[in-house]
Design a protein around this ligand. Structure first.
Ligand code: AMP
Ligand code: ZN
Length: 499
């Protein structure tokens, strides 16, 4: 079995990944707050953890992985959006949730097994908060419930900060009802105009962090136990799950707070075994922000005609722990590469992804390495189809099938993402390329006064449905009636071979 290595933020080391129960590998990733279109940065964790999800399923089996990614549908940003637009909260969250799903499908992300909405788990959150109060880790004050950071010694361990550092470094909200300025909100009161649920502390709504602790516990611990999907080994193991992921901006305070809540409620010293954080996305070397005018959504790019597959390719070209720079140049190059790759694998049946590609990914998700692996395979195929003399032991058909399976493993060149117009541009390029070759053949024919080769090629092009126009300064090939690709393949190869 492939050993997956992952860089664990918690230990700051690359570790061998050993699941608690290899029959039920469990991963939780923090999802979006649904009040607006996903910006390009939001797509990064989705794509990164989509690759990890695919890899885990490859190694442990599709039926043995549970991947949960939540929707935060209760949040003050959503309330503000409702107030300013005059629309209902439910309408806004339903609409943006669907936008998110549509946009992420366009960048080739598979849907997680569970996509819980926070508002569907309020009773679980209330129960967890009551438990934290009972255990002395939280206190109610003025309609709020706060987590007491001093009650949890390991607070700050994930990001390596002490409570004093945090107070000095962070812009903490000092409120009269807080015992310590770092204490964070588990529950807060709602006025009549704000969404609220009845609770032992009055009508109110949850703070941000508690939803992930409650939903991870419900879907990655209680639910598999109810379904009896955990092995005896896992049942007797501590109350934790395997992998927790999200963007680096969530490490503090969100993930510290999730850990504090879960560990104190469940009486464990960890919430998840492995913590993974993707670095942030920038645009042309600058932080993406509305004030810099370089802020755009995934949908903006799709609407401008940038294929989702191209977005995915560019994202995967940078390792997830490095800052990633979205540039126009990368976009153009990715598009060219994908055009070529789609053409190379057009009538190919996929076999299995290459071992080397899986090894790359198993090495802390080296997606950039996996892409160079694909480039290597593609260059062998290009050489073979260009008529190069390759050693006999190279099995071109085998490489073709492995190439396609490998690309598809990364979520590229899939049928689902085939909706963009890669062929038209390719054909335009091809017509230009063939015309250049034909011009050269014509010059040689004129010099030798032998037009047989030129006539042969011209006839074949015409038979393939193309029109050939000889002009003073060159040759033009036009496709008016629709090209028959099956007749094109052979035309130029003999010539390319003899060159
Ligand atoms: P939010 O809706 O802001 O809570 O973010 C949803 C997810 O997107 C979280 O995992 C964030 O860490 C991630 N994220 C937000 N901005 C960026 C960015 N510029 N680059 C990479 N990830 C981001
Ligand atoms: Zn979270």
């Amino acid at each position: 079995m492939t050993t997956i290595k992952l860089h664990n933020t918690k230990t700051r080391k690359r570790e061998d990944f050993t699941p608690i129960d290899d029959k039920n590998v469990r991963m939780y990733v923090c999802g979006p707050t649904v009040y607006d279109r996903a910006h390009l940065g939001n797509a990064r964790p989705v794509i990164v953890f989509d690759v990890l999800n695919r890899l885990l399923r490859h190694v442990y089996g599709d039926a043995h992985v549970t991947y949960v990614r939540n929707f935060t549908d209760v949040d003050d940003k959503i309330n503000a959006r409702a107030a300013e637009s005059g629309r209902s909260i439910g309408e806004i969250t339903a609409e943006t949730t669907q936008w998110f799903l549509d946009d992420m499908a366009e960048v080739g992300a598979l849907e997680p097994d569970h996509m819980p909405r926070a508002t569907a788990y309020i009773p679980q959150m209330v129960a967890m908060i009551e438990d934290l109060i009972a255990k002395g880790h939280a206190y109610a004050a003025e309609g709020h419930v706060l987590f007491s950071v001093e009650s949890y010694k390991a607070y700050g361990a994930l990001s390596g900060r002490s409570i004093d550092d945090m107070i000095a470094g962070a812009r903490v909200e000092v409120a009269p009802y807080k015992r310590n300025p770092m204490d964070f909100v588990l529950w807060k009161p709602s006025d009549d105009a704000t969404p609220g649920w009845d609770s032992p502390w009055g009508r109110g709504r949850p703070g941000w962090h508690i939803e992930c602790s409650a939903m991870a516990d419900e879907l990655l611990w209680k639910e598999p136990l109810r379904q009896d999907r955990l092995s005896d080994k896992a049942k007797s193991a501590p109350h934790v799950f395997d992998i927790h992921g999200g963007g680096l901006d969530l490490q503090f305070p969100h993930h510290e707070d999730e850990i504090a809540q879960s560990c104190c409620a469940n009486g464990t010293d960890e919430m998840a075994r492995y913590w993974l954080h993707n670095e942030m996305l920038q645009v042309e070397g600058k932080k993406m922000s509305k004030s810099l005018g370089n802020f755009f959504t995934v949908r903006d790019l799709l609407d401008q005609g940038v294929p989702g597959e191209v977005i995915r390719f560019v994202m995967l070209s940078t390792h997830y722990r490095k800052p990633m720079d979205w540039t126009e140049k990368k976009r153009e190059e990715a598009e060219k590469t994908l055009r070529k790759w789609r053409e190379l694998s057009e009538h190919v049946q996929p076999s299995k992804p290459s071992k080397k590609l899986i090894e790359m990914l198993a090495n802390d998700l080296n997606t950039a390495g996996a892409i160079s692996q694909l480039h290597e395979m593609a260059s062998v195929l290009l050489a073979a189809f260009g008529g190069a003399d390759l050693p006999d032991e190279i099995d071109v058909g085998g490489i073709e099938s492995e190439f396609l399976a490998s690309a598809q493993f990364l979520g590229l060149i899939t049928d689902e993402l085939s909706g963009w117009n890669w062929k038209a541009e390719n054909e335009k390029d091809n017509l230009i390329g063939w015309a250049e070759v034909l011009s050269e053949v014509r010059l040689q024919a004129l010099a030798k006064k032998d037009f047989s080769e030129l006539d042969r090629i011209k006839l074949q092009l015409v038979e393939a449905g193309l029109e050939v126009r000889f002009k003073k300064d060159g040759v033009e090939i036009v496709d008016d009636i629709g090209i028959d690709q099956s007749k094109i393949g052979e035309i130029f190869y003999p010539w390319a071979n003899n060159k």
